[in-house]
Design a binder for this molecule. Structure first.
Ligand SMILES: Cc1cc2nc3c(=O)[nH]c(=O)nc-3n(C[C@H](O)[C@H](O)[C@H](O)COP(=O)(O)O)c2cc1C
Length: 404
C-alpha cells in the first residue's frame, strides 16, 4: 500500500504514500535565508525515496518566528536560495511543500515581547511575551502575508504549501475556544473561530495556480480542557474541504501539551501502539472525500500498510526517522527493512528529563545531519538538549544583531 501512488484532488500525483512531515531545520542564516547545509539536507531526503517532503515551519512574518533559524518566505527572501532548496527537494522525484506558519503567542519573547495573537491570553510557559489581540487590519495583513508567501513558494518551484493550523500557532490558537475568547466575528461559534484559517486557505487557493497543492495541518485535538477537541476538528476538516484544500494532515497538541512528538508513554500498551492520532483520523476520514495524512508514531511497514488498507489514512506522515536514516523510504518500499528507526523509545520517560529534552536532541541531530551528513549517535539526550539550546541562543543573538 505504501508504494502506491496517490492522485490529489488538483491532479498532482505523489509517487508513493510516505511523507516527510515538517521538522524545523533551524539551519537558516542570520538573514533567515536557506543555507547550503539546509539545501543539501533536502537533496538527501529527496533521493531517499519519499513521495512528498514538507519543509519545517516557514514563517510568513519575520516578527512572528517559531524560533530563530527557520527560513522566512517574504519580500526580503533570497529567492535564488529558496529556488535551490525547492530544486534540491525535488531532485529525487519527491514533491515539496513549504509549511507556512505564523507563530502567534508561541513566538519567543526574545524575538518579540508583544506578538500578535488571537487574544491577550499568554502562553503558560517561560520565555514567551504578552500577546496583543489582532485587530481587523492585522487579520487582513496576516491573510495577505500567507498569500504572498504561498506565491513566493510557487515562483520558487515548490509544488504547494501546507498551512500550519496545528500545534498552538496562530491559526491553531484561533480555533480553540479556550484561547480564542473574542466576542466579535472571529470568535465564539466554531464557524467564527475557523474563519481565519478558512480565509487564509481561500485567499491562497484563489491566488495560486490550480495545480498548486494547498494542504492544512490540523490538530485532532489540543488536549486542553475547553479547547479545540476532536468533535471540532472533524467539523473544521469538512469546512476546509469546502474551501478547496487538497489534503489535511492530522496531528495534535500545542507547546503547552506536546503530544505530537511523544517518545515513551507510561503504559506498555500505549508504547506498543503506533499512529498516535489514527483513531481520531478514522472519524475524520469518514466525513471527507479529500485525502488524509496522519502523522506521529508510525514505525513499522505492517502498521502503515494496514492503516491505508483499512481506509484510516491515505498518506503516512513520518518525522523523526528521517533524521536517523534519510534513505529509509526506498528501503521500506523495496522491503529491505520492515521497521524504521525508533530511537526515541530508548530514552527515559519525559518526566525524568528536562522539558523538551528529547525533542531538542532530535533538533540537534537534524542540524548535525545537515552539517555532517549523518546524525551523531554518541550524543546523550542531555548533551543533545544542551547543544540545541546553545545553538538556538546563538541564532537568536545573530538575528537580534541583524535587526539592530
Ligand atoms: C525536530 C522536530 C521538529 C519539528 N518541527 C515541526 C514543524 O516545524 N512543524 C510541524 O508541523 N511539526 C513539527 N514537528 C512534528 C513532526 O512533524 C511530527 O508531527 C512529529 O515528529 C511526530 O511524528 P514522528 O513520530 O514520525 O516523529 C517536529 C518534530 C521534530 C522531531
Amino acid at each position: 500500500m505504501i508504494a502506491q501512488s496517490l492522485t490529489l484532488p488538483n491532479g498532482v500525483v505523489l509517487k508513493n504514500r510516505i511523507v516527510k512531515s515538517a521538522m524545523s531545520e533551524a539551519l537558516a542564516d542570520a538573514n533567515s535565508n536557506p543555507t547550503s547545509d539546509q539545501i543539501g539536507l533536502f537533496e538527501r531526503w529527496s533521493t531517499g525515496g519519499a513521495g512528498l517532503l514538507i519543509t519545517g515551519n516557514t514563517p510568513v512574518d519575520r516578527d512572528h518566528l517559531e524560533h530563530a533559524g527557520n527560513f522566512v518566505l517574504d519580500d526580503l527572501s533570497d529567492m535564488a536560495r529558496v529556488k535551490d532548496l525547492a530544486r534540491a527537494a525535488k531532485s529525487g522525484g519527491a514533491k515539496v511543500l513549504a509549511q507556512l506558519a505564523h507563530a502567534g503567542r508561541q513566538t519567543p519573547a526574545a524575538l518579540n515581547p508583544h506578538p500578535i495573537s488571537i487574544s491577550d491570553q499568554p502562553l503558560d510557559l517561560e520565555g514567551y511575551g504578552v500577546p496583543v489581540p489582532a485587530g481587523e487590519a492585522d487579520f487582513a495583513d496576516i491573510i495577505e502575508k500567507f498569500t504572498r508567501s504561498a506565491l513566493l513558494a510557487q515562483d520558487a518551484g515548490f509544488d504547494g504549501v501546507e498551512i500550519h493550523a496545528a500545534h498552538g500557532y496562530l491559526l491553531s490558537s484561533a480555533l480553540s475556544g479556550r484561547i480564542n475568547t473574542r466576542q466579535d466575528g472571529w470568535g465564539g461559534a466554531l464557524e467564527n473561530r475557523a474563519r481565519l484559517v478558512l480565509d487564509v486557505v481561500r485567499a491562497v487557493r484563489k491566488a495560486a495556480a490550480p495545480g498548486f497543492i494547498v494542504a492544512v495541518k490540523l490538530n485532532s485535538s489540543d488536549f486542553q480542557k475547553g479547547g479545540f477537541d476532536h468533535h471540532d476538528s472533524v467539523r473544521v476538516a469538512v469546512m476546509l474541504e469546502g474551501a478547496g484544500v487538497d489534503f489535511i494532515e492530522v496531528s495534535g497538541g500545542t507547546f503547552e501539551t506536546p503530544t505530537a512528538y511523544q517518545h515513551r508513554a507510561k503504559s506498555a500498551s500505549t508504547v506498543a501502539r503506533e499512529g498516535y492520532f489514527l483513531d481520531y483520523a478514522t472519524a475524520m476520514k469518514a466525513s471527507l472525500s479529500i485525502p488524509l495524512m496522519v502523522t506521529g508514531g508510525f514505525r513499522s511497514a505492517g502498521v502503515m500498510n494496514a492503516a491505508i488498507a483499512e481506509n484510516k489514512t491515505d498518506l503516512i506522515g513520518i518525522g523523526r526517522p528521517f533524521i536517523m536514516d534519510p534513505a529509509f523510504p526506498s528501503k521500506l518500499i523495496r522491503g529491505e527493512i520492515a521497521e524504521v528507526p525508533a530511537v526515541e523509545r530508548d530514552f527515559p520517560p519525559a518526566e525524568d528529563l528536562p522539558r523538551g529534552a528529547v525533542l531538542n536532541w532530535f533538533c540537534a541531530q537534524l542540524a548535525h545531519l545537515g552539517q555532517r551528513g549523518q546524525p551523531d549517535m554518541s550524543l546523550s539526550v542531555l548533551e543533545g538538549h544542551q547543544r540545541y539550546l546553545e545553538s538556538i541562543a546563538l541564532a537568536t543573538r545573530r538575528l537580534q544583531a541583524v535587526r539592530r
